[in-house]
Design a protein around this ligand. Structure first.
Ligand code: SAH
Ligand code: SF4
Ligand code: F3S
Length: 470
């Protein structure tokens, strides 16, 4: 059980005042670059790390080559993600040869695994420090140590994964977008799905205070943010002063036009109260990401998912029934250990029957230390064949499902005009839509971050096309 998860405010204050002291040491004109891998949790952490960098006097480097401080915020969810981060980290040697005073660090989920830390330090002697997912707020101290010449430092919790994890409030944040924002409502995960590394690298589940979450949402709305995502590995088990559906209702109750979304829901915990909140409030975006993982009960049980195919399908049908035109998306793992052809067929069948607007399909990747990594593994070719079959089915289903929008007028949050001259944006369903403006129309009305109405003309599997009504 976690005891006091909140980092004492004095500790945060100490780090923040260290930032001001470091300004004179670091000097003017220095820049920081953060390379982020993985999910939105990492993106949100990187925005806090960059907030601290700015407070230390660094500017934002547009390119890694221009940076004096480089941080790799890594992901450990699949081997492919780890290899990507490792190969990019390898590039640092070249940069360090050019700039001897360059400071480099590795953080994020890979940094929480001791076998990875050893490998990183052995392969990359020029890395100054590695820090764990619960040390984000300590960045100023770690940079100070590196500036004073300390090399190859490791900063991780010494608690076992059954106990570790903190909440650090009051850190500065430098957001990547001026109109789409992340708000973490909780951290960690207690579900221990048998394939997944997250509970080991992100620690125990812990929730922010509801008042802190709502104050952050309100500040974003007041600052003109239009699309705000509440983040957690399993938002339905949020345990603040309010239940998650109540928190969502309140987050969607501020003055102004904006959307609230959430990521991710575990099917066992997604409640009808949540679905009703979505049905009632147009500010809650009509998109539900509900990872199914498999459509076969034996596999689901081996995965430790704690719901059945039937329960999943019932929930999905209920969501579609209650919220008009809601976009349902999901994650599927192909080739989980011991999965038979017939069992995979049941997944394909479930995907076909439910009908997902978007499907994230993954080839199973064994994660050291998780129970599934010890089970009997499946041939790689079988896994990739299954992946290809499912992707082909989803391409067809997504295109069919998207036809329901043709002829409708949808509210779109514009991303503005891209380099290819085309206007694009996203609908509340989180679908990408490209659109034209009427001849002679004021292009400012479709500038990035503005809401506009678009009448959908045609629909492909993953994009819509339409005409703006302005
Ligand atoms: N908390 C989220 C999942 C985060 S990980 C949730 O429970 O929905 C995102 C997705 O990565 C998972 O839903 C799963 O489909 C996939 N994934 C996780 N571990 C994996 C592994 N070892 N191999 C392949 N895919 C994996
Ligand atoms: Fe991983 Fe399962 Fe937790 Fe999602 S709910 S992060 S898949 S252990
Ligand atoms: Fe990857 Fe960590 Fe997110 S493992 S998916 S960055 S929680």
């Amino acid at each position: 059980m976690l005891k006091n998860v909140f980092v004492p405010q004095e500790e945060i204050e100490k780090e923040l005042s260290l930032c001001h002291q470091l300004r004179s040491v670091i000097g003017g004109g220095k820049k920081a670059y953060i390379s982020t891998f993985g999910c939105q949790q990492n993106e949100a952490d990187s925005e806090r790390l960059m907030g601290l960098c700015l407070l230390m006097g660094y500017g934002v480097a547009e390119k890694i080559e221009d940076a004096d401080l480089v941080i790799f915020n890594t992901c450990a969810i699949r081997e492919h993600a780890e290899l990507k981060a490792l190969s990019k980290a390898g590039y640092i040697r070249k940069l360090k040869e050019k700039n001897r005073s360059l400071i480099t660090a590795v953080c994020g989920c890979m940094a929480e695994q001791s076998h990875r830390r050893e490998k990183i330090l052995a392969s990359y002697p020029y890395i100054d420090f590695i820090f764990g997912t619960d040390r984000v707020h300590r960045l100023p101290s770690m940079v100070a140590a590196a500036l004073s010449g300390k090399k190859q430092q490791i900063y991780v919790s010494n608690l076992p994964h059954s106990e570790f994890g903190v909440i650090a409030e009051g850190l500065p944040v430098r957001r990547e977008s001026g109109f789409r924002g992340w708000v973490s409502i909780m951290y960690g995960c207690n579900n221990f799905c048998s394939y997944c590394v997250v509970p080991y690298v992100r620690g125990r589940e812990r929730s922010r205070r509801s008042e802190d979450v709502l104050a952050e949402v309100k500040a974003l709305v007041d600052a003109g943010y239009k699309d705000i995502t509440l983040l957690g590995q399993n938002v339905n088990s949020y345990k603040g002063d309010y239940s998650f559906p109540e928190l969502l209702r309140r987050a969607a109750s501020f003055e102004g036009e904006y959307w609230i979304r959430f990521m991710t829901s575990h099917p066992k915990d997604a409640s009808s109260e949540l679905v009703e909140a979505m049905a009632e409030n147009p500010r809650i975006a009509p998109h539900f990401h509900l990872p199914m993982q498999s459509g076969d009960n034996r596999v689901l049980s081996l995965m430790n998912r704690r719901y059945t195919r039937e329960q999943y399908m019932e929930k999905a049908a209920y969501i579609k029934d209650r919220v008009k035109d809601i976009a349902l998306s999901s994650d599927i793992i192909c080739g989980f250990p011991t999965e038979t052809e017939a069992e995979f067929d049941r997944t394909v069948d479930a995907v076909d029957k439910v009908g997902f607007d978007m499907l994230f399909t993954f080839v199973y990747s064994p994660r050291p230390g998780t129970p599934a990594a010890e089970m009997e593994q499946i041939d790689h070719k079988v896994k990739t064949d299954r992946f290809a079959r499912l992707s082909a089915l989803e391409n067809r289903r997504a295109e069919e499902l998207n036809q329901r929008f043709v002829g409708q007028t949808l509210r779109v949050l514009s991303d503005g005009r891209s380099e290819d001259g085309i206007f694009r944006g996203r609908t509340g369903h989180n679908k990408i839509i490209s659109f034209t403006l009427p001849e002679g129309a004021d292009q400012g009305k479709a500038a990035a971050g503005s809401f506009i109405d678009v009448k959908v003309r045609s629909a492909a599997a993953y994009t819509l096309e339409g005409d703006a009504l302005i």
